[in-house]
Design a protein around this ligand. Structure first.
Ligand SMILES: Cc1cc2nc3c(=O)[nH]c(=O)nc-3n(C[C@H](O)[C@H](O)[C@H](O)COP(=O)(O)O)c2cc1C
Length: 321
């Protein structure tokens, strides 16, 4: 089974990915958090760094693009191709209102015409037509999609699958919730199962894998799933993939070393800006705190820190219990 680290805006950026890979190698694919592609492809300096191969050594990285303009995607794909990437991922899952209001992310899921136009444009760029025949045998770029079941009703996924099945999508990652559910409530495994039956493209499962047992349940129930993508569970337990593969469990010392290394890397990346580095660390604590169920009070104090010395002292107290 392939195991992927889900894209997470504000968390799985280049700094985090590199440190994660150094401490916990073995992730088959990392994805960038979504990068907005616009018609003029004015990627921000930060986004260019995200994609710079020199900033992402030794990992398989998939740039994730968010947008709805075929021309903008074409330029994004060309840019990624020039940098040597062999796959890009289209974000059709982001539930944020600011994104969906512009008919991007999961805002495209109830816009079949716009979605079709986008996918036509994207697959034309990769020189594959809708029936999947390649007019260019040297074509390298794979197009994968990350989707939800729909906007408000999981039944919507069946008409979405009819659209997806028209294209040679290298991997269709399904997060089995609708947009209105955000990341809460139970995943709709019954719909996921039906998607597996109906999808003509390879399917990757994503959603709520937090423990080895969660993973095993999915792997046992759906042997035809060839890949699983994990987000929050991996940020909470960065060794989860190692554990899934039968390796050692995460230790408190290891988590502390990992934490310290990320903090050091953030300080370097943000040129010594203590406040910004701490804010980035606190994003991680939203998920890492699960390792410290009895330390609510100590973790609360972490969120109050503004100076690096205060933060370090507060984090040490959490790690020491
Ligand atoms: C803070 C946060 C940021 C996220 N950013 C992205 C993103 O940039 N692109 C994307 O496709 N999904 C994003 N997601 C969704 C995750 O990739 C994943 O689909 C979701 O967390 C469910 O998987 P999980 O239960 O394993 O965490 C984000 C989720 C969270 C909680």
């Amino acid at each position: 089974m392939k195991l992927y680290f889900a894209p997470m805006e504000g968390i799985t950026g280049r700094v985090y990915r590199q440190v994660h890979h150094r401490f916990f190698p073995g992730i088959d694919k990392y994805y960038t958090p979504f990068l907005s592609v616009t018609r003029d492809l004015k990627l921000k300096g930060r986004d260019k760094k995200e994609l710079d191969p020199a900033e992402n050594p030794d990992i398989f990285l998939v740039p994730q693009f968010l947008g709805n303009n075929p021309e903008a995607f074409r330029k994004g794909i060309q840019y990624a191709g020039k940098l040597g990437y062999s796959e890009i991922n289209i974000n059709l899952g982001c539930p944020s209102k600011t994104v969906t209001a512009k008919k991007k992310g999961s805002g495209l899921l109830d816009e079949p015409e716009l979605l079709t136009r986008l996918l036509d444009g994207v697959f034309e760029e990769t020189e594959l037509n809708s029936s999947g025949r390649s007019s260019n045998p040297d074509r390298k770029m794979q197009i994968s999609i990350k989707t939800r079941l729909g906007v408000s009703d999981p039944e919507e996924v069946f008409s979405l699958l009819e659209i997806y099945n028209r294209y040679p999508i290298s991997e269709l990652t399904i997060h089995p919730r609708v947009r209105d559910e955000g990341y809460q409530g139970r995943v709709h495994l019954d719909y996921f199962e039906e998607c597996l039956r109906r999808s003509e493209n390879p399917v990757c499962y994503n959603g709520d894998i937090r423990t080895v047992r969660d993973y095993e349940q999915i792997a046992e129930k759906y042997p035809e799933v060839h890949a699983v993508m994990i987000g929050r569970g991996l940020v909470g337990n960065p060794a989860l993939v190692r554990e899934i593969r039968g390796g050692d469990s995460l230790t408190a010392e290891e988590l502390k070393l990992f934490h310290d290394s990320i903090l050091k890397s953030f300080m370097e990346a943000f040129q010594g800006d203590e406040y910004v580095s701490i804010r980035h660390m606190l994003e991680l604590w939203s998920f890492m705190k699960e390792n410290f169920p009895d330390s609510d009070r100590l973790i609360h104090k972490l969120y109050k820190t503004k100076r690096l010395s205060e933060y370090r002292a507060a984090a040490d107290r959490v790690f020491c219990g």
